[in-house]
Design a protein around this ligand. Sequence first.
Ligand code: HEM
Length: 416
Amino acid sequence: MAEETITLPERPEQPLPPVRDWPAGELNATEFEPVLAELMREGPLTRIRLPHGEGWAWLATRHDDVKMITNDPRFSRAEAAVRQVTRLAPHFAPRPGALAWADQPDHNRLRHAVSAAYTVSAVKRLRPRAQEMLDALVDDMVRDGSPADLIARVLEPFPISVVCEVMGVPLDERQKLHDWTREIISTAGGADAAELAKKGLFGWIGQAVRARRDGEGGSAGGSEDVLSLLGAAVRRGELGEEEAVSVAGPLQIGGEAVTNNSGQMFYLLLSRPDLLDRLRNDPAARPAAVEELLRYIPHRASVGLPRIATEDVDLHGVRISAGDAVYVSYLAANRDPAVFPDPDRIDLDRDAGAHVAFGNGPHFCTGAVFSRMQIELLIDTLLERLPGLRLAVPADQVPFRQRTMIRGPLTLPVAW
Ligand code: HEM
């Protein structure tokens, strides 16, 4: 029998899905972004154009695709840092050396320099001090009397204070750091004020790293604080001074995420008495409930940072070509009905452990363990010390941040 050569048919050229405009709309409290819900219905892979930057990008929304893409070195962050990819943010100034923009092996090297400060055991050691700081803030709020703005009194100052502790900011410098951080994250002062504060903060961090490199500037947190770890790594030649500043900056500002995430969490709890009662009456249910709330909370607007495909990748019969920009949506993955049945319902009895609220893969949030510790303390402390805690205004009158990356209430008026 004559040997037959089998040639596989060329994969037929797939028509590309249409490019969908994803404008930055006003979002209502904790509603799931309607454009994202539509894109999830349109397909596992869609194409989007955001308000700024250039061109279009792929968007992956399913849990398994999001996990695959974020763990696959064929999708590069470093490449995305040197391109004008379509994006939500008007300004784009990635700092060389920032964790979020690095690929391996640089990413490992940079992250290794600070990882000791964010391990489970380091965070456990920090916990009693964090509890003290939280108690002091709640004492002050109670002393001044009901009602109060929970954001201004607790949910903003608490994360900034514990961040200063982890970073190793000396006590007498903390007020200055608080003010810069608040200016950077606030929407009130405008872009110029935020830029000025960033300059101040990054300049201060550079000086602190140099002092620690030279064995000066003793810290509040000992040799395991972030500034000391970075100073020592610079001294050993493992990373450059500029890189150290780029790693430290987002870690110093990162507390903003806890303010806004826990702001949404308390908004949900205080506007849903069934959820609040459950957590009040059943402390053992709290850890799982926190995971379910993390899954459900629409932490950010739109999508985060893109990646660039460095090779052709075929997914669901669609070719993502080398050079294409790709976004994943962790928010969408957290509402994937294949993993979380009835995903738009908060179900405190579900096992939400597979959520990706802190990301996935090498860029998984550095502050995840640290954030969970703060959220646990906030829930335990506020529910136990203020058994009558409730919203002081109707839920639909709580103002939320608009035109922002990270979503959350601007103020949270509470009474007790
Ligand atoms: C990255 C979520 C708190 C520092 C991330 C990512 C997510 C996330 C989704 C992106 C993963 C990716 O790029 O694919 C959150 C949430 C928080 C929180 C929901 C609070 C509830 C914090 C805190 C810090 C922090 C408190 C700092 C102490 C960072 C850093 C990165 C990051 C440095 C970049 C890591 C890397 O690219 O290697 N976070 N975060 N985050 N987060 Fe957080």
